[in-house]
Ligand binder design. Sequence first.
Ligand SMILES: [Zn+2]
Length: 145
Amino acid sequence: MRPRTRTVLTLLNGTTGTGLLLAFLTGARIRRGRDGLLIAEGYRLRMPPASCFTVGSVILTRRTADWLLAEERAALLAHESRHASQYAVLGPLFWPAYWFACGWSYSLTRSFGVRNFFERHAGLRDGGYPEELPLRPWVTRLKRR
Ligand SMILES: [Zn+2]
């Protein structure tokens, strides 16, 4: 998806506004990223436990924007950028769909990411997830039947 299209869509569907509101409410500072992405640095809440997460075109991080924009973090930034594109397509439907995918993945593997469609699409390795995990015993039993 073209960055400009993504910026416009996430603005129109309200998800970037939600990300900015969340940044404002948690005292994070907004910095300009790349490709129309905004980075909210200094996010303070403990949830979610990831080093950064995306809401619309806003990437919220406990670290600084410079940390996320550093060359070593290019893969992580690309991962979060793909989440922003998912928000552009789904709008607020992203949330229920994402939480459903988390539940699905967790019930199969005890990981919220490994079997989560959105995380797989954004790139498991880039997002710091293991690329595969053994299925839970009940799933394996079910598959054998
Ligand atoms: Zn992710």
